[in-house]
Design a protein around this ligand. Structure first.
Ligand SMILES: CC(C)(COP(=O)(O)OP(=O)(O)OC[C@H]1O[C@@H](n2cnc3c(N)ncnc32)[C@H](O)[C@@H]1OP(=O)(O)O)[C@@H](O)C(=O)NCCC(=O)NCCS
Length: 169
């Protein structure tokens, strides 16, 4: 299978924060942002694999900054690394200043999707070749994140998580 670059799977979702999507402090409800990021990740995973892709895991979400009612929110999602059938999707969330148009980073998240056939069975996906410095950094760290996710899910023996263990030695 021919390798692809992360930019080939780029998905950009821009949307407003409406009153029905906020918490009592008038900031975007966390679950609403999770759903939007899941949608962006799903499109990204399908663009990379050209297959049906399902959410296997939400590996990391940091709600660093509240996103106020009325904000214009842009989610950018790319495949940061692919393995056999799974793909790590890295998401950056931006808020746009209404007056200046300047963007500032609000959140980051990492999801894992798995490409499947029509019966839901995992199928192989194309490898990734990172191009930019940031893409290379995210690619390099993705294996230990996968190992951590599998260990926490009880699907990998911690003794076999060599990349992860190397962090602590
Ligand atoms: C995700 C799913 C397809 C994996 O199927 P499976 O039979 O466990 O298949 P495998 O064990 O071979 O795993 C397939 C891949 O997923 C990866 N994977 C599975 N669970 C994972 C987890 N928690 N974190 C990271 N990767 C995971 C495996 O490492 C493997 O990756 P690889 O092929 O790149 O090496 C299956 O569990 C599933 O269908 N889950 C439900 C998905 C869904 O409905 N999502 C929406 C939730 S509402």
């Amino acid at each position: 299978m021919l390798p692809k670059s992360p930019s080939e799977s780029l998905t950009v979702l821009t949307d407003l924060v409406l009153p029905s999507e906020t918490n009592p402090l008038n900031n975007l409800f966390g679950g609403e942002l999770l759903a939007r990021m899941d949608r962006a990740s799903s499109i990204t995973a399908q663009r990379h694999s050209r297959r049906i892709a399902v959410t296997a895991s939400v590996n990391h979400v940091a709600f660093n900054r509240p996103i106020p009612l009325g904000s214009v929110v842009t989610i950018e999602a790319k495949v940061s690394r692919s393995f056999k059938s799974s793909m790590e999707i890295y998401l950056d969330v931006w808020i746009e200043d209404r007056k200046t148009g300047n963007r500032s980073k609000a959140n980051e998240a990492i999801y894992t999707f798995v490409a499947v056939d029509d019966n839901g069975k995992p199928v192989e996906v194309a490898p990734i070749i990172p191009e930019t410095e940031l893409e290379k950094e995210r690619f390099d760290a993705a294996l230990r994140r996968k190992q951590l996710s599998l260990v926490l899910a009880g699907k990998m023996n911690p003794h076999d998580a060599t990349e992860l263990k190397a962090l602590f030695s």
